[in-house]
Design a binder for this molecule. Structure first.
Ligand code: PMP
Length: 366
């Protein structure tokens, strides 16, 4: 056979497995599997999306100019050093593409975001996995993996799927001890869920250091996951390299307009953060009150909880039973989390329903 043959490294990629929204039988489930905002998006963003429907026949602004200016104004940044992407996934891929290739190494933590593995392999790089510390990022373990071949380090802070957070001091130490030739990508997809005193200093590092890229998204607290809008901030040289390979029209007009509106919707963001804090705590308390079934919650700084099943009943069993009861959470055996389920904080009704379903499942298992 003489058919076209993909690169070996492409066939070494395990495809991304998205969170479920329906059962194997097609039944619609309550979707608590993708860390979306249960409150939707702000009314301002909805209005902007509706208005943008008048412009579907024209290409979007290739440079996302208005959006970059608004992001810069909001965070006190230089708009010329911002890049917008088709979700922050796009920005993560651009970083791997611009700075790593065959023979190079890309480091991320053991329980890291699944896209880092795909982004590393896609351009021929070799993924290198640093061990965790209690499911969290271990800066020493990352530093121990660095060598002359290292090109990129991906760290999500807070991390998905574990929900753990590394302090400002730890992130600063990681940056300070990394060689200057290594690009440190600090992925802040869940940054808006942090308390005011938990800023990890990522944007300040990107402002002042030549090897730091920060990524952020409109998919989580802003509730615009379907529109695919993310952004990155780094030195002018890093952004210049990424812009050379960026698809020209990578953010739609509707996406740019919705993101602009979302940036100004401070009340919606505050309401979403407060809702999340309240129901994350409530769900955590409910799970802890379920009795002695070997469940353990990894302390979360995000809009989800990682629940470990260390007793008789397994994560796989509970995942299947929750699906039976109409709830989709995330079981991530592909990421080595065979014993964990990641549960997104939903609406009040969804969260109460999930807790009740868990109680029923564990009672039957007694
Ligand atoms: N980084 C992390 C840590 C995430 O969890 C996600 C979404 N699951 C992303 C990046 C990508 O999000 P998006 O492409 O929607 O911006």
């Amino acid at each position: 056979m003489n058919a076209p043959k993909p690169k070996d490294w492409i066939m070494g990629i395990a495809p991304y497995v998205p969170g479920k929204s329906s059962g194997d039988d097609g039944r619609k489930l309550v979707k608590l599997s993708a860390n979306e905002n249960p409150l939707g998006c702000s009314p301002e963003a909805t209005a902007a999306l509706n208005e943008a429907s008048a412009f579907v026949d024209r290409y979007p602004d290739p440079g996302s100019t208005k959006l970059r200016k608004a992001i810069a104004a909001k965070f006190g940044l230089d708009p010329a050093r911002i890049i917008c992407g088709t979700g922050s996934d796009d920005v993560l891929h651009l970083a791997a593409n611009a700075f790593s290739g065959p023979g190079d190494e890309v480091i991320y933590v053991k329980y890291g975001f699944a896209v880092y593995d795909i982004a590393a392999r896609r351009y021929g790089g070799t993924p290198v996995i640093a061990d965790d510390k209690n499911y969290g990022t271990d800066v020493n373990a990352i530093l121990a993996k660095v060598n002359d071949r290292t090109r990129v380090v991906f760290v999500a802070n807070p991390n998905n799927p574990t929900g753990t957070f590394s302090s400002r001091a730890e992130i600063a130490r990681l940056q300070a001890e990394l060689p200057e030739h290594v690009l440190l990508v600090l992925d802040g997809a869940y940054a808006e869920y942090l308390a005011a005193d938990e800023d990890d200093g990522a944007l300040e590092l990107a402002e002042t250091r030549a090897n730091v890229l920060v990524t952020r998204t409109f998919s989580k607290i802003h509730g615009l996951a379907a529109e695919r809008i993310g952004w990155g901030y780094a030195s002018a040289d890093i952004i210049d390299a990424m812009n050379r390979i960026r698809l020209p029209f990578n953010v739609t007009t509707a996406g740019q307009e919705a993101a602009l509106a979302a940036l100004a919707a401070d009340d919606f963001v505050a309401t979403s953060r407060a809702h999340n804090a309240k129901w994350r705590q409530w769900l955590s308390d409910e799970i802890n009150a379920l009795g002695n079934h070997g469940l353990r919650i990894v302390p979360s700084h995000t809009n989800f909880l990682l629940v470990l099943f260390e007793g008789k009943i397994t994560a796989e069993q509970v995942n299947a039973a929750l699906m039976e009861k109409g709830y989709a959470v995330r079981w991530l055996p592909g990421q080595g989390l065979v014993n964990g389920l990641r549960m997104t904080v939903g609406t009040e009704e969804e969260t109460r329903g999930l807790a009740e379903a868990l109680r029923e499942i564990l009672t039957v298992s007694d």
